[in-house]
Design a protein around this ligand. Structure first.
Ligand SMILES: [Zn+2]
Length: 245
């Protein structure tokens, strides 16, 4: 989200809190400032059950809530519309103890419908979160692009449902390949070179080495010319598709 809109969320793990390592200690800056004052005023450690939530986490919570509700949630919003995804919410086990301190600082207790939940007034930014997911999806699926419009709909839901739980990180997937300094290298480059060699655009086995240098770029240009697509020496969605990758 901070890549989509810089400064959207800040880390609040520097405050006097205890939070599970699987939770994300992220809030909007104004919410963090109010939280800091509340914790200072009470003078104890705040135990946090839930802070910031990714749209993937919200998707799972909503599924559990809709299909049997095994965790007994009182309420779960649709992905993109929870205040947890906007960095404007906290769930606290000791909600009763913290309530007066938080309310003094502008935090709002949800009420008996979801007793652990507090929110801070601010601009909902779930659309930024959805757009961040859509952008990540597109970056990792060059041949299966979706609208990065920040709206949660059937298309985004279907992509969330098949995304790896550990995230897209680690495997760069299919990147857009071009002649760069230093040269791009990796398995995706090797896959392109292998296809170019099979098509007769590269001559030697030694050309299939996973490094995108001038020989590979020249072969891509020749391939693009013969295929009648834009000749730019850059391997993007069209070129991948023509290569059958
Ligand atoms: Zn909550």
């Amino acid at each position: 989200m901070n890549n989509v809109v810089p400064g959207t969320l800040v880390d609040f793990s520097d405050l006097n809190i205890s939070i599970n390592s699987r939770q994300f200690p992220l809030l909007q800056p104004a919410a963090k400032n109010a939280l800091r004052r509340a914790i200072q005023n009470r003078g104890t450690t705040m135990g946090i059950n839930s802070g910031y939530r990714t749209c993937a986490q919200q998707y799972l919570l909503r599924r559990w809530f809709e299909y049997g509700n095994p965790c007994g949630f009182q309420a779960v919003a649709q992905p993109g519309s929870s205040s947890h995804e906007s960095g404007l919410a906290l769930d606290l086990a000791d909600w009763g103890g913290w309530r007066p301190y938080l309310e003094t600082q502008g935090w709002v207790w949800y009420g008996w419908g979801d007793v652990v939940h507090f929110s801070f007034p601010g601009i909902p930014i779930g659309n930024i979160e959805i757009k961040a997911f859509q952008t990540l999806w597109n970056r990792n699926h060059l041949n299966d692009q979706i609208d990065a419009d920040g709206l949660y709909g059937l298309e985004t839901a279907s992509k969330l449902s098949i995304s790896p739980s550990e995230g897209f990180g680690g495997d760069p997937g299919l990147r857009i390949l071009r002649l760069a300094s230093p040269f791009m290298r990796g398995g995706d480059v090797r896959r392109v070179q292998k296809k170019l060699k099979e098509g007769g655009y590269l001559n030697n086995d030694s050309d299939v080495e996973g490094i995108y240098g001038p020989i590979t770029e020249a072969a891509v240009r020749k391939f693009q010319t013969n295929e009648g697509i834009t000749v730019d020496g850059v391997v993007g969605p069209d070129t991948y598709r023509k290569l059958g990758i």
